[in-house]
Design a binder for this molecule. Structure first.
Ligand SMILES: [Zn+2]
Length: 142
């Protein structure tokens, strides 16, 4: 059986998204909300695996780019693939930030910050809400 998902997520209405997601998932993913810092299930997770979009299942990040930023949200220094996410300017809150959205379904994921001095290969911090992600642990017996 195929997973009962549409091929084109841009066709989904807010009503359909609301039926697919929990109220809090809908608030963050579809209304660009933010979960409270330090509350997300993946903030300090070190499990090896792949993080996919909770809204559509697309692969977004891998555990080998995850690092401890201390900011209260899961932090990655790079997406799994440069085509996995789309960046766009966000002028809310009276300052310019860079919003990170899923390239496949255009759901909000979080923001990316650069040049903060973290000791990572890119010095970028993809600050992603846990509730936007699903972790699929990697098994050792591959
Ligand atoms: Zn998605």
């Amino acid at each position: 059986m195929n997973h009962p998902l549409p091929d084109d997520f841009s066709q989904l209405t807010d009503q359909q998204w609301a039926e697919r997601l929990s109220a809090e998932e809908f608030r963050v993913l579809r209304q660009a909300g933010t979960e409270a810092p330090g509350t997300g299930e993946y903030t300090d997770t070190d499990t090896q695996g792949v993080y996919s979009c909770r809204a559509c299942g697309a692969e977004l990040f891998r555990s080998d780019t995850k690092f401890h930023s201390g900011c209260g949200w899961p932090s990655f220094f790079s997406p799994a693939d440069s085509d996995a996410v789309v960046l766009r300017p966000d002028h809310s809150l009276g300052r310019t930030r860079t919003e990170v959205i899923c390239a496949n379904c255009h759901s909000h994921l979080g923001h990316v910050f650069s040049g903060e001095g973290f000791d990572t290969p890119t010095d970028q911090r993809y600050c992603i809400n846990s509730i936007c992600l699903d972790l699929h642990p990697t098994t050792d017996d591959a």
